[in-house]
Ligand binder design. Structure first.
Ligand code: ARG
Length: 439
C-alpha cells in the first residue's frame, strides 16, 4: 500500500505509521484530490505522455472511486498514509497497472498544494454565504427595531442611538470581512499543479491546461514557491479570526443585554440553556460559546504561523499540520456565523426597557450643550454649564428634562422654553446628522 516502499529494507514501525498518517484529517478533500487527478490525467493525455486509452481508463477509475465515496460504498478509512495514497491505491486495485501511471510528472507536494487550494476556495465561498446570512438577519432585525436605546462609550451611557443603527454597525463589519475573504480568494487563485516535488519535471507537461481545467486564473510563477507556501491559508485564517472577533463582540453585547441588569433583549429559548441547580436560570450559552470559540480560531492561526515560520524551502512534513488548523478554524467560523444568524433572527428586543434606560443616563446632556451653542454660548463654556446642571440633577434625582425653566435659567439665562423640544430623546434623532441613526 506504500507509494514509496521501493527504497526501504524494513517495514515502517506501526506507531510511526499512525503518527505519520493524515487520512483522518485530509479525507475531506477527496473531491479536490480526485478533480486534481482527473485534470492532471487529461493534461498528460493532451501532451501525449499517456495514450488516450490509458487516460480514459484512469479517468473512469477515478470517477468510479468518487461515486463510491459519495454513495457510501467506499469508506474513507484504512491504513493509508493520506487521501492521495488512498485514492491512488484504490485506483490501482480497480484498474490494475495502468493506475500506476497516474502519478507521472507529479509529486504529492504539488498534489496536496492543489487540493488544499481548491478546498480552501470552495469553503471560502461557504463562509461568504454564512456571513451574508448573518448580515440579512441583522438587517431584518434592525429594520424591525428603529427604537431608541442608550449608546455607550466605556460602557457608560453616552448618547441616544437606535437598536437599528447599533445592529447595522455589525453588518458593516461583516461587509469588510467579506471583502477580506474575496481578496484572499483572489490571491490564492493560482494553480501549483505541475511544480512537481519542487523542481518541475523533465516531461514536457502543460500547466496552463490543468490551471484552466481547475478554474485557476493561471499557474503559479515559481515551482519552489508553489509547493512550499501556505500563506493563502494563513490569510483566510486571519480573516476568520477577524470575523470571530466581531462575533465575539456581538456575543458580549447579547450576553450583557440579556442580563437582568440591562434587559434590552430576550434570547429565544431555542438558543439558551438552563442550570442544573438554579431553576430560574436562562443562560445565553450560544453567545458565550461563540465568544469562547474565538480563542480556538485565533489559536489555529497562531499555530500555523508558528509551524511555518522556521521552515526552509521547499516542502517539509511539518506542513501537513496546516490542514487540521485550517479545518478547525473554518468549521468553527461557519458554525458560529450560522448560530449567530439564528440567534439574532429569533431574539426579542424589549423597547420599553431600552427607553427607560435612555431616560436615566443624562443621554441628552450633549444636546443641551449643543442647544446652548445655538444660543451663542461657546462650546467649552456650554460643556461646563451642563456639567453643573448634571450635578444638580444627580443631587435632586431628576433628569435634565424634569427641571423647571426657572431651575435651568439659574444656570444660564439664555435657556428658553424651546429647550424642552430640543432635548426630547425622540426629537434628538431628527436633528443634524443624527437622522442617520434612524435610516
Ligand atoms: N499528507 C501530506 C501533507 O499533507 C501530503 C504531502 C506529502 N508529501 C511528502 N513529500 N511526504 O502535507
Amino acid at each position: 500500500m506504500k507509494l514509496w516502499g521501493g527504497r526501504f529494507r524494513k517495514e515502517e514501525n506501526k506507531l510511526m505509521e499512525d503518527f505519520n498518517s493524515s487520512l483522518h484529517v485530509d479525507r475531506r478533500m477527496y473531491l479536490e484530490d480526485i478533480s486534481g487527478s482527473v485534470a492532471h490525467v487529461n493534461m498528460l493525455t493532451q501532451c501525449s505522455i499517456l495514450t488516450r486509452e490509458e487516460g480514459e481508463k484512469i479517468r473512469e477509475g477515478l470517477l468510479s472511486i468518487l461515486q463510491d465515496i459519495e454513495s457510501g460504498a467506499l469508506a474513507l478509512e484504512g491504513e493509508y498514509e493520506d487521501i492521495h495514497s488512498f485514492v491512488e491505491s484504490h485506483l490501482i486495485q480497480r484498474i490494475g497497472d495502468t493506475g500506476k501511471k497516474l502519478h507521472t510528472a507529479r509529486s504529492r507536494n504539488d498534489q496536496v498544494a492543489v487540493d488544499i487550494r481548491l478546498y480552501a476556495r470552495r469553503k471560502a465561498s461557504d463562509v461568504l454565504a454564512a456571513v451574508e446570512e448573518l448580515q440579512e438577519s441583522l438587517k431584518t432585525k434592525a429594520e424591525e427595531n428603529p427604537s431608541i436605546m442608550p449608546g455607550y462609550t466605556h460602557l457608560q451611557r453616552a448618547q441616544v442611538v437606535t437598536m437599528k443603527h447599533h445592529l447595522l454597525a455589525y453588518a458593516q463589519m461583516l461587509e469588510r470581512d467579506k471583502k477580506r475573504i474575496r481578496n484572499a480568494m483572489e490571491i490564492l487563485d493560482e494553480s501549483p499543479l505541475g511544480c512537481g516535488a519542487l523542481a518541475g519535471t523533465t516531461h514536457l507537461i502543460d500547466r496552463e491546461i490543468t490551471a484552466r481545467e481547475l478554474n485557476f486564473a493561471k499557474p503559479v510563477d515559481n515551482f519552489i514557491d508553489g509547493v512550499s507556501d501556505r500563506d493563502y491559508l494563513l490569510e483566510l485564517m486571519a480573516d476568520f479570526s477577524i470575523i470571530m472577533m466581531h462575533l465575539s463582540r456581538l456575543s458580549e453585547e447579547l450576553i450583557l443585554w440579556s442580563s437582568q441588569e440591562f434587559k434590552f433583549i430576550e434570547i429565544d429559548d431555542a438558543y439558551a440553556t438552563g442550570s442544573s441547580i438554579m431553576p430560574q436560570k436562562k443562560n445565553p450559552d450560544a453567545a458565550e460559546l461563540i465568544r469562547g470559540k474565538s480563542g480556538r480560531v485565533y489559536g489555529s492561526l497562531v499555530s500555523l504561523l508558528t509551524t511555518m515560520k522556521g521552515l526552509p524551502l521547499a516542502y517539509n512534513k511539518d506542513m501537513q499540520e496546516d490542514k487540521e488548523a485550517f479545518f478547525n478554524a473554518l468549521d468553527t467560523t461557519i458554525a458560529c456565523l450560522q448560530i449567530m444568524a439564528k440567534m439574532i433572527a429569533s431574539m426579542k428586543v424589549l423597547h420599553k426597557n431600552m427607553e427607560s434606560a435612555v431616560k436615566k443616563g443624562f443621554l441628552n446632556a450633549t444636546e443641551l450643550a449643543d442647544y446652548l451653542v445655538k444660543k451663542g454660548v461657546a462650546f467649552r463654556d456650554a460643556h461646563s454649564i451642563v456639567g453643573s446642571i448634571v450635578i444638580y440633577c444627580e443631587d435632586h434625582h431628576k433628569g435634565i428634562e424634569d427641571l423647571s425653566l426657572e431651575e435651568l435659567q439659574s444656570f444660564e439665562e439664555k435657556i428658553d422654553q424651546d429647550l424642552y423640544e430640543y432635548i426630547d430623546y425622540h426629537n434628538i434623532l431628527n436633528k443634524g446628522t443624527k437622522v442617520a441613526l434612524k435610516q
